[in-house]
Design a binder for this molecule. Structure first.
Ligand code: ZN
Length: 111
C-alpha cells in the first residue's frame, strides 16, 4: 500500500480507521462488516475507503441469498400458487408487487 493522501489538502496525515456498520436484508437477517474510513488529522476530513463499496456489496449479496429463499417460502405459505409465482417470474413488476404485498402483510402481523 502506498501513502494515502488527503483528497482535499494533499497531506500525508491520513490514517485508516475501522468502523463497523450493520447491514440488513428483509428475511435475510443482519450482518456486520468492517469498513475503513480515511481520516485526515490535518483538515479533519473523513473519506470512505474505495474498497468499502465492494465489501458492502459482497456482504449484501450473501444476505440476499437466504433472503430470497425465505421470501419464496413466505409467498407459498401465504397461498400464492405456483401459477401466480409463474406469472410473477414472467413479469418483474408483478414479482416486486408480490414481495411488497408479503412485506406489508408481515408488517401488519408484527404490529
Ligand atoms: Zn486533509
Amino acid at each position: 500500500m502506498g501513502t494515502i493522501l488527503c483528497s482535499y489538502g494533499g497531506n500525508e496525515t491520513v490514517s485508516a480507521e475501522e468502523s463497523e456498520i450493520r447491514l440488513s436484508e428483509p428475511y435475510g437477517g443482519t450482518s456486520t462488516v468492517l469498513i475503513k474510513d480515511k481520516v485526515c488529522s490535518h483538515c479533519g476530513c473523513v473519506e470512505d475507503d474505495v474498497d468499502d463499496d465492494l465489501i458492502v456489496q459482497k456482504e449484501l449479496s450473501v444476505l440476499k441469498r437466504p433472503s430470497t429463499a425465505k421470501i419464496l417460502d413466505a409467498l407459498i405459505a401465504t397461498g400464492h400458487t405456483d401459477a401466480s409465482m409463474e406469472r410473477a417470474s414472467k413479469n418483474e413488476m408483478t414479482k416486486a408487487a408480490l414481495m411488497n404485498e408479503i412485506l406489508i402483510k408481515e408488517h401488519v402481523i408484527q404490529n
